[in-house]
Design a protein around this ligand. Structure first.
Ligand SMILES: Nc1ncnc2c1ncn2[C@@H]1O[C@H](COP(=O)(O)OP(=O)(O)OP(=O)(O)O)[C@@H](O)[C@H]1O
Ligand SMILES: [Mg+2]
Length: 286
């Protein structure tokens, strides 16, 4: 029997036009994702993680290959692929409630006024934000804004939830709370999730599989690690779990040994000395 995947990235590559000619950011990215899977994308800064996510979101068009979601080719953004960005992109003139309501109304799935209200309230409840429904983004904290961003995405009932470093700008405690909320929501709703992160613990704690990307240009998938830890997962218990620590180690090894991205001190010095000192520039101007 063949299992049908919900989301398929096949030979995805992209060239960005630049003044110096095309820049190949990604090449031959192949990934099959099952319904309900939680996938993390991890890799060094600039390797192409957001580009992969944006191609799945339909915000960028692949130069080669393509993305198929439930037998349909992805060519443009759509409500079945909701995106949560790192810098919470709420509309500042709308309250938390109205921000979520707007997304619900845009999906136009024939809800009555009463049903819309209940659905917005339900989604704010999921992220524990009911108490601040009538506050403007400027009146709530970064973590709370991020919660509303997640509620807004969930309210669209996406088949796939795409999150680009959703907790990157948050302090460690807020981040831990939100990770727990996301795990609960994922357990309850069973959506497919693709999340970009730089945080190795976050990747191991949340994911079914961690997709590790090589450095660019022409970045691709280096390794995929399946995380076979029982759910629900508890961060405190896992801290002493040998299997958890093994997974952590595997990701760290990939990032810091196999895809090392550190300039040697000598190379760095050489570059520094190539930059004219401010005093020299000043004397040039004079
Ligand atoms: N529109 C564009 N035009 C030209 N080059 C681009 C464009 N978008 C991205 N790139 C290049 O593609 C590469 C991948 O960028 P991308 O933003 O996907 O990286 P990333 O892995 O998300 O990095 P970070 O972790 O810093 O967010 C980078 O070298 C970037 O400079
Ligand atoms: Mg990025």
């Amino acid at each position: 029997m063949t299992t049908k995947h919900q989301l398929e990235l096949t030979q995805v590559g992209i060239d960005f036009p630049t003044p110096k000619g095309p820049f190949t950011a990604l090449r031959d990215v192949n990934l099959r994702i099952n319904k309900g899977e939680f996938i993390s994308l991890i890799g060094h800064s600039g390797c192409g993680k957001s580009t992969v996510l944006n191609i799945v979101a339909g915000l960028h068009q692949a130069t080669t290959g393509g993305v198929i979601l439930d037998n349909q080719e992805v060519n443009e953004p759509g409500p079945e692929r909701a995106v949560v960005f790192q810098n919470h992109s709420l509309l500042p003139w709308l309250t938390a409630y109205k921000n979520v309501e707007l997304a619900v109304k845009q999906t136009r799935n024939g809800r009555t006024k009463k049903e819309i209200k209940e659905w917005v309230e339900h989604n704010l409840e999921l992220v524990h934000m009911s108490h601040a429904a009538d506050k403007l983004p400027s009146e709530i904290s970064g973590g709370m804004k991020q919660r509303v961003g997640i509620a807004r995405a969930l309210a669209m009932e996406p088949k796939v939830l795409l999150m680009d470093e959703p907790f990157g700008a948050l302090d460690a405690l807020t981040r831990a709370h939100l990770q727990d909320s996301v795990m609960e929501i994922h357990a309850e709703l069973g959506n497919t999730v693709i999340m970009i992160t730089h945080d190795v613990d976050e990747a191991v704690l949340l994911s079914d599989r961690i997709v590790m990307m090589t450095n660019g240009p022409a970045a691709t998938i280096g390794e995929i690690l399946s995380i076979e830890l029982e759910r629900p997962r508890n961060r405190i218990e896992l801290a002493d779990n040998a299997q958890y620590n093994h997974y952590r180690h595997e990701v760290l090894k990939f990032l810091y040994e196999k895809q090392r991205k550190v300039e040697s001190v000598a190379a760095h010095r050489q570059k520094q000395s190539a930059v004219p000192k401010l005093a020299e520039l000043k004397s040039d101007i004079a």
